[in-house]
Ligand binder design. Structure first.
Ligand SMILES: Nc1ncnc2c1ncn2[C@@H]1O[C@H](COP(=O)(O)OP(=O)(O)OP(=O)(O)O)[C@@H](O)[C@H]1O
Ligand SMILES: [Mg+2]
Length: 288
């Protein structure tokens, strides 16, 4: 009887915690904005590649968007169709089972799959639905320095799962009045995650994307509004409009491989530098 009880408790306590650990302690960052097309995936892929290439960190990109754009951005063609949706649907699923390498050294990814399309609605009826991704990442966290989660363009169950699995939130935001309005919604979800789900998700920052440097006056006005709302959370690095970023995504390569000397490559290298600086200031270099 006692043995049966002990074995049951072990199962509840997550089998992942009993597996060998990789000795690292990943910082998990959700890259999210419910507005579509603001550069979430472009930022996840190129920031991830920048952290791996220039800062020698081991990085995992998790695609939480059924559009599967992380995979297409890194030329991933699924051999067996296994992906994150399958992990979320399985009992005790682990991200470790669906990790695939990319052509960039130190950069791995977990692709999205068909099951992710249904996951949003299926999660709705599950008890503890907000914690499924977090549990699935337990073991992976010990094998990486950074785990970047590319979120879908909404604030549904998959996004909440990403927030609850993350230490930090990075918000890419284009400089349009509509984008600023959308920020309210994100902050409300952060509040819910912090206080109702009792998870200390922190805002790492807001990064302006697709900035058209010819619209000086409009940019200044909108940037000032963002600064007023986010003060030092606003990244100094701005990601300018650069067609090389678009071409790189279409060719399935990070910008550093596709067009090393482009403006887009410089911007994303600067963003990786600023992110490392910011985290060093918050948790110290030893935090890695
Ligand atoms: N700085 C940029 N300059 C030029 N094109 C860009 C830039 N950033 C992103 N793009 C292009 O804009 C489109 C949308 O970018 P991306 O897929 O990164 O946005 P997203 O926020 O992930 O979109 P979704 O909400 O659909 O997931 C893509 O075609 C991408 O190549
Ligand atoms: Mg995307």
């Amino acid at each position: 009887m006692r043995e049966r009880l002990a074995s049951r408790i072990r199962k509840i306590l997550s089998p992942e915690e009993m597996l060998p650990l990789g000795g690292r302690q990943a910082k998990v960052i959700s890259i999210s904005n419910q507005k579509g097309g603001v550069g979430k995936t472009t930022t996840a892929v190129n920031l991830g590649a920048g952290l791996a290439l220039f800062h020698h960190r081991k990085v995992l990109l998790v695609d939480m968007d059924a559009q599967g754009h992380v995979g297409t951005s890194l030329n991933h063609t699924s051999s067996n169709g296994a992906g994150i949706g399958q992990v979320l649907g399985a009992k005790n699923g682990s991200i470790m089972d669906v990790i695939v390498p990319t052509d960039v050294p130190q950069l791995d990814m977990t692709p999205s799959d068909h099951a992710l399309l249904e996951a949003e609605s299926q999660l709705a009826s599950k008890i503890g639905r907000e914690f499924i991704l977090r549990k699935a990442l337990t073991r992976a966290r010990t094998y990486y320095d950074f785990i970047l989660i590319d979120c879908p363009p909404n604030l549904g169950n998959l996004t909440v799962n990403a927030y609850v699995a993350s230490d930090y939130l990075l918000i890419p935001c284009d400089l349009s009045a509509l984008a600023l309005e959308g920020m309210e919604g994100i902050l409300e979800v952060v509040d819910t995650v912090n206080f109702r789900l009792n998870h200390p998700l922190k805002i790492l920052g807001v990064v302006t994307t697709r900035v058209d440097r010819r619209n000086l006056l409009m940019n200044e006005t909108l940037f000032a509004k963002l600064e007023e709302a986010f003060s030092d959370k606003l990244f100094k690095t701005q990601i300018g409009v650069n067609t090389d970023l678009n071409k790189a995504q279409l060719s399935g390569k990070p910008i550093f491989t596709a067009a090393r000397s482009s403006a887009g490559a410089k911007d994303y290298e600067a963003l990786a530098d600023e992110l490392i600086e910011r985290l060093d200031a918050v948790i110290g270099p030893a935090g890695f």
